[in-house]
Design a protein around this ligand. Structure first.
Ligand code: GAL
Length: 722
């Protein structure tokens, strides 16, 4: 579908990806069942309260505008008080009550935490850590993902729940488990070891191939019989475990929990056509969400502000995680399954949200593609480990600022029904791969300072601070929807990804690659012949040696005027010896001091203009940048925004300078563009567009000032479809 947008801020024709079938089965189906409204509500744990409280809960939910609650997530112990004895009476009653109140239910299959009787009866089902210690019960999610007893009991419970409630009219979707791998991302027990071997036998033709992949000629590690193969039980403080073994174990661990999900989701799908999901945790290191997201009918995510990031850092984190979730959903609308109305309980210090913060946070998620904003949790607990966690209904009750804000948010979200189903079209993607993350953070590397998320977070943040929106993309995926692909860190790179990125640049795209990318292949073997092996031809550079900097060291850079008007800049963390550059490569900065004075620090390879993808969006000439050090923020910002501008990509709206604390994002469908403007800053921001603010229902004139702390969602008609 091609639409021609009008009005300031959108400068080019866009093509929206057609995800209609997937959307219709998942988020679209949910939205339809909610009458076209944005989902609003949260985790509801009625079993923590006397039944006499429940009618008040439902009445207050109605008052707040709640239309969806997640039920039963941690209810296994109550639903199955003994082996195979199911007691559904209380769940029947609360689901009926919610239905009478017009509140829909996201029903869990309750597999997240087995009851004490189960773990007591099957102690072998409890997780074993890397040091061989077996976990006890009394917390949550303490089971071994490979445990046959756990899997059988979870399957039986899933069948019982779905058989009972599949046709209940209140139930509109299924919530499998909860945050897979939050507390049990890997288990090192003997059962897991056997499952790991089975997984390896599927991955490798034979033991010899595995030996080659693991490089076991090193340190006398060669295996001659499958039973010898174990999880990497050697903790790093003793010696270095085999890196490829560690990498495969991370892959196995993500797949093993995904198998649990698949099995439970399949049982549900056999019995019910309703959408199935499990809630993700954003950039959670141990689950490869690119693989997981393929198995979701709709993608859902949990996000919490991390106090230690500071206010601006946490706000950026929210935007970045929402961008990831939208990307995992293939740019279709997604569901914010959990966030908090105010403080959480699990950080060392847990600040509350200031007035207006919750509203800004929730609406930012919607602006970045969520068609629902749910919280953990509805009513604040009185007992248990989460009793100091905020909720929609606080301990102090309804005569509170928090409750009034929750009700106001319910009203806000009701005014945004028109936004549901609309998409976001983004021109910049950040290449991101969980396997590269696992690989780069293995031990015995050149520098502990080089990790995945520092680089990804920094590049995304610098662009976000200038008003650019980024998607995330798996490097093997089709990149043709983008003009710029950033590669802040892709240590491990498949041959396919390398070819994909090269084809993108030679076809007219712009690629920017950060140091220590493209170093190893899928087995964590160095790509020989000079670094960065996967991108040497694309970048036209050949690096001979690394010299990471110490924590307090910097390196001075001489910067070419083509890159910046400021002739000197600083680098940190990393330097390397680029010995040769190809004839088409322009050296835009060089090291002045440290180990490699005079050698290139920033390079740019130019490609001739590629064929236009379609007649309306002629592509610029391609470019491939290489950054051989950690540039200071000013220069990195200049480089990234300059590369985007050269590729014809601009900030979301036209502003003379992007104000500190201002965030803006665009969603659109074939008739309307919705500009979400969120002002976390301290000064008013004039917004260059016209339309109607859906939150107030009032007309929005060109240049109307958005006051500090406020949000506007300006709806403007598009001319379309072309
Ligand atoms: C999530 C979890 C919820 C609750 C919440 C508290 O990780 O899914 O059950 O514990 O954190 O912030």
């Amino acid at each position: 579908m091609t639409v021609t947008p009008t009005g300031p801020g959108l400068r080019h024709t866009i093509t929206l990806p057609d995800r209609s079938e997937h959307y219709a089965r998942g988020m679209g189906a949910l939205t339809e069942r909610l009458g076209g409204r944005v989902a609003f509500g949260g985790d509801y744990n009625p079993e923590q309260w006397p039944e006499s409280v429940w009618p008040e809960d439902v009445a207050l939910m109605r008052q707040a505008g709640v239309n969806l609650v997640s039920l039963g997530i941690f209810s296994w112990a109550l639903l199955e008080p003994g082996p195979g004895q199911y007691e559904f009476g209380w769940l029947d009653r609360i689901i009926d009550l919610l239905h009478e109140g017009g509140i829909a239910v996201d029903l869990a299959n309750a597999s997240a935490t087995p009851p004490p009787w189960f773990s007591h009866r099957y102690p072998q089902s409890l997780l074993v850590d890397q040091n061989g210690g077996r976990r006890s019960y009394g917390g949550r999610q303490g089971f071994c993902p490979s445990s046959p007893e756990y899997r059988a009991a979870a399957a039986a419970l899933t069948r019982a729940i779905v058989d009972r409630y599949a046709s209940h009219p209140a139930v509109v979707m299924w919530h499998v488990h909860n945050e897979y791998g939050n507390h049990n991302w890997s288990c090192y027990c003997d059962i897991s070891a056997a499952a790991f071997r089975t997984w390896l036998q599927r991955r490798y033709a034979d033991l010899s191939e595995m030996n080659d992949a693991w490089g076991t000629t090193f340190w006398s590690q060669r295996y001659y019989d499958w039973p010898e193969v174990l999880p990497p039980r050697t903790p790093a403080y003793q010696t270095f475990a085999n890196p490829a073994q560690q990498l495969d174990f991370a892959r196995f661990s993500s797949d093993e929990l995904l198998d649990c999900y698949r099995a439970e989701a399949a049982l549900i799908r056999d019995r019910s056509p309703l959408p199935v999901t499990t809630n993700f945790m954003g950039f959670w290191k141990w689950m490869d969400y690119w693989r997981w997201s393929q198995e979701m009918d709709l993608v859902s995510n949990d996000h919490y502000r991390i106090a230690a990031m500071g206010s601006a850092g946490a706000t950026h984190d929210l935007a970045m995680v929402a961008d990831l979730t939208r990307s995992l959903a293939d740019d279709a609308p997604w569901l914010l399954m959990e966030h908090s109305t105010s403080a959480v309980n699990w950080q060392p210090r847990n600040p509350a949200k200031a007035a207006g913060q919750m509203r800004r946070d929730s609406l930012t998620h919607v602006g970045r593609g969520a068609d629902g904003a749910l919280f953990f949790q509805w009513r604040a607990s009185r007992a248990g480990a989460e009793k100091y966690h905020s909720a929609m209904l606080p301990h102090a009750g309804t005569g509170t600022q928090r409750w009034r804000e929750v009700c106001d948010l319910g009203t806000d979200l009701q005014s945004l029904s028109a936004v549901t189903g609309s998409r976001t079209k983004v021109d910049i993607a950040i290449a991101f791969d969980w396997h590269a993350w696992w690989g780069v953070e293995l031990d015995s590397h050149p520098s502990v300072a080089v990790d995945q998320m520092t680089a990804v977070r920094r590049w995304h943040r610098l662009l976000w601070e200038q008003g650019y929106t980024c998607d995330f993309v798996h490097p093997d995926r089709d990149l043709s929807a983008y003009r710029v692909v950033l590669v802040p860190g892709l240590y491990l790179c498949t041959d396919g990804a390398a070819a994909n990125l090269a084809a993108f640049a030679t076809g007219g795209g712009t690629v920017v690659v950060g140091y220590f990318s493209g170093i190893v292949d899928v087995d964590d073997h160095i790509r020989l012949g000079g670094y960065p092996g996967a991108f040497r031809d694309l970048l036209g550079v050949r690096s001979e040696e690394f010299s990471p900097l110490l924590a307090d060291e910097g390196v001075t850079l001489e910067v070419a005027s083509d890159l910046s008007a400021t002739p000197r800049a600083a680098g940190s963390t990393w330097t390397e010896l680029i010995g040769e550059v190809a004839p088409d490569v322009q050296v835009l900065a060089t090291f002045v001091d440290r180990v490699y004075p005079g050698r290139p620090a920033v390079t740019r390879m130019a490609f001739p203009a590629g064929p236009a993808a379609d007649s309306e969006s002629a592509r610029t000439a391609g470019a491939a940048w290489y950054l051989a050090t950690e540039l200071n923020s000013e220069l990195l910002t200049e480089l990234l925004t300059g590369a985007c501008e050269a590729a014809g990509v601009s900030p979301v709206i036209d502003l003379p300078t992007w104000p500190i604390g201002f965030d803006a994002m665009v969603r659109q469908d074939d008739r309307t563009r919705y500009l979400f403007a969120v002002n976390h800053g301290t000064a008013g921001v004039p917004i260059p567009c016209t339309g109607t603010d859906l939150l107030t229902g009032k007309a929005w004139a060109e240049g109307t000032v958005l006051p500090p702390g406020q949000v506007a969602v300006v709806s403007s008609p598009l001319i379309g479809p072309a």
